[in-house]
Design a protein around this ligand. Structure first.
Ligand SMILES: [Zn+2]
Ligand SMILES: [Zn+2]
Ligand SMILES: [Zn+2]
Length: 715
């Protein structure tokens, strides 16, 4: 947008300000005011106008932190001067625009920003929107203030959304106006609708459905810039928090999100995936929490349909969950009958420890019974130190520990028994505490990590099971159970993290790392888990959703790459139904179904948008490049607003939110080099500063592999 036109000097002058007053000092001020206005009129281009004004008002260097500090020290006086000039030249576009731009520049400093906002800065910016030459300056200023402000100011700015939407309607093809309006709306309205405390009245007053509709229209335009698209995406993500129904009610937007799954950019796909997951929360059902092993045993007795038996035989019937469970239940009974005879708790401990790591429902409560004379079962005392079978576990553990010449293996078994006892009694914190102690004694037993993985703390669980997956003493059941836990924890943490973070933030990269970790583990799960694994359908749903996020751009239009996973899902559903468990409409299932349902049509309807976005992101990835749609080379006010040399080493925030692109390499920084645990809190190898680890244990375990590359890395 060019600066204001240079008017001829010899036109009749309009008296402004207090010119009509008789007071002498005011008259002289009026004269100087008039001279000042004429001088500004002679300056061309916004950068020059701002420079002129800074000199005229003798302002310190606004590009330097030290200059801003000096403004801070003399704020009242400087503000009064600028404000007088602004108010006494109403309608003078160059003066109003230039002064507002100076204020915007001051807004990079939080203290100055708060003072300016309190003085009514936003109200002073808005009149610029309706003057031809100041419109873009006004929008740039508002965008700058928005990018530097917090919730309170955002709410103030959000109230002016109707003006911004009107500009978007009036100038549908002006890329700069649209990207500035959308980025301002994205931050201001986005903050208001995703605030921790949901303010219903405020959100309703913002008319989110209309905002989303107009932003969607702007995002679909072939002129949409990467800045506009990313800010539009952020707004949609923000809306998923409190008003997901507003997104669901807007088919073109949901369709655009489905199309974004195909775009050649990880953050675009991840944002779309997060949107699908979060808009499917309402109306979804909880996963089956309670699991009755008796139903499984009955299902085996009823016999599975032939084609399901075939699938289970292909895997290895004796390794399938159903079969193992039935077999283990029988062996458990037998072991108890045996101990009633021989009273050998040591031998019982050996057997139980083996059963416990074989399948999830290995031991259950029961007791020794006999039938009374009326044929009713009653508990009998067979002379053992326990009555209820589960109470045998700690006693067996003790027997193993106290045996003469107890080996390390005996101690492992004893710990497994103690831990299982706590688990089955739902005393999870005690199970975790015991497992942590056991790991200190022997870090190679996967079951100990499995136990920590049962905890409610997802980060702790994930960290533990990732280490457990590397443990040498393991069984298929313990392994695929830990994989399931790793997938769900990392998936949930990734989605939550991405929804809260802004693209480009460290938290955002960490969120993507979580999703990649979950996808890796889902692939591993398919390799080792039996077709009747209890968590199969959960994993398949996560797998497909995560595949869209990480590899959506590589998927075929007919999604044939997902067929093997869908086949697993179908088998799992049939097995679940045969057993008699309900096939729940979980959030992940609904999300997966919605994405797959919308995909074919979205690809057709939005073919040109997908190409356009992919090109935008491709260009952005090969930056640095001017990403703003500057329409006139002369107008580099935006660059001036962006420019700040901070002498104190403080990091300046990029006020235009042009984000670094995320790819698998940048995400790699958030994965442990040994156990692949995703985390932002990893420690670097001091040798090469490249490898990253959860802790010294992971580093030590990795050293035999890493030492070769660590030493060859020049640093
Ligand atoms: Zn931004
Ligand atoms: Zn690690
Ligand atoms: Zn190293």
């Amino acid at each position: 947008m060019p600066g204001p036109r240079n008017r001829t000097k010899n036109r009749p002058r309009n008296h402004t300000g207090n010119g009509s007053a008789s007071n002498l000092s005011v008259v002289s001020q009026s004269a100087s005011t008039e001279a000042f206005a004429n001088e500004v009129d002679d300056v061309n281009g916004w950068t020059e106008i701002v420079k002129f004004l800074c000199e005229y008002f003798r302002l310190p260097d606004l590009n330097r932190r030290s200059g801003l500090k000096r403004i801070h020290a003399n704020f009242s006086e400087i503000y009064r001067k600028l404000n007088n000039a602004y108010t006494s030249h109403a309608g003078k576009e160059k003066i109003m625009g230039g002064i507002v731009a100076i204020w915007a520049k001051m807004c990079v400093d939080a203290v100055l920003r708060n003072r300016l906002v309190r003085e009514g800065l936003i109200e002073k910016i808005m009149p610029l929107m309706d003057m031809r030459s100041t419109r873009v300056v006004g929008l740039e200023t508002l965008a700058t203030v928005t990018h530097h402000s917090g919730l309170e100011v955002h709410i103030d700015i959000a109230k002016h959304t109707p003006t911004l939407l009107r500009l978007m309607e009036e100038f549908p093809d002006n890329a700069r106006i649209n990207e500035l309006a959308v980025s301002t709306i994205s931050h201001a309205v986005g903050s208001a609708i995703s605030a921790d405390v949901y303010n219903r009245a405020l959100v309703q007053s913002l008319d989110v459905p209309n905002v989303l509709r107009q932003v969607t229209n702007a995002m679909r335009k072939p002129t949409a810039s990467v800045m506009l698209v990313e800010h539009g995406m952020s707004l949609v993500t923000a809306a998923t928090r409190h008003v997901p129904e507003d997104i669901k009610a807007l088919p073109p937007l949901v369709s655009l999100m489905a199309a974004s799954l195909r775009v050649n950019d990880m953050s675009a796909r991840c944002s779309a995936v997060v949107t699908f997951i979060r808009i499917n929360h309402n109306g979804s059902e909880e996963e089956n929490r309670h699991f009755d092993p008796q139903m499984l045993i009955k299902a085996v007795e009823r016999r599975f349909p032939g084609h399901l038996v075939d699938v289970m035989c292909d895997y290895g019937a004796t390794q399938c969950e159903t079969w193992l469970l039935a077999k283990t239940a029988g062996e458990y009974q037998k072991a108890m009958m045996k101990v009633a005879q021989d009273r050998d708790l040591h031998a019982l401990g050996n057997t139980l420890a083996e059963l416990i790591v074989r399948t999830e429902f290995s031991v259950s409560d029961g007791g020794f019974q006999a039938y009374d004379d009326r044929g009713r079962p009653e508990m009998i005392d067979v002379g053992l130190p326990f009555k209820m079978w589960l109470d045998a576990l700690p006693l067996c553990a003790k027997a193993l520990r106290n045996a003469r010449g107890a080996t390390s293996l005996d101690l492992d078994k004893a710990d497994i028994l103690d831990i299982k006892f706590f688990i089955i009694r739902s005393r999870i914190p005690e199970a975790i505490a015991h497992a942590e102690k056991a790991i200190k004694r022997n870090p190679h037993v996967a079951y100990f990590y499995y136990a920590i993985g049962l905890g409610a703390n997802q980060a702790q669980a994930l960290r533990a099971v990732k280490k457990g997956l590397k443990a040498k003493q393991t069984t298929p059941f313990v392994k695929y159970y830990m994989l399931w836990r790793a997938i769900v924890s990392a998936g949930n943490m990734g989605v939550t993290g991405l929804a809260m973070a802004k693209a480009g933030d460290q938290e955002y990269s960490e969120g993507v790392a979580f999703l990649m970790s979950a996808l890796d583990d889902a692939e591993e799960f398919f390799k080792i888990a039996p077709p009747d694994a209890r968590h199969m359908s959960v994993v398949v749903n996560w797998y497909i959703v995560l595949t869209f996020a990480i590899r959506g751009h590589e998927l075929s239009e007919d999604l044939r790459e997902l067929e093997p996973a869908l086949k697993r899902l179908d088998i799992s559903r049939q097995i679940t139904e045969h057993i008699g468990f309900p096939y729940k409409k979980t959030q992940m299932r609904l999300s997966r179904e919605m994405m797959m349902r919308m995909w074919p049509k979205a690809l057709k309807d939005y073919a040109s948008t997908i190409t356009h976005y992919s090109k935008l992101y491709e260009e952005a990835a090969h930056g640095p490049k001017e990403e703003r749609s500057v329409t006139n080379a002369e107008d580099n006010l935006a660059a001036w607003l962006d420019d700040l040399h901070l002498e104190d080493g403080e990091e300046g925030r990029d006020m235009h939110c042009v984000h670094p692109r995320i790819n698998s390499n940048s995400v790699e920084l958030y994965r442990c080099s040994y156990c692949r645990n995703p985390s932002a809190a990893l420690k670097k190898c001091s040798g090469c500063a490249k490898a990253r680890y959860c802790d010294g244990v992971c580093q030590k375990s990795h050293w035999s592999d890493h030492k070769a590359t660590c030493k060859t890395t020049d640093s």
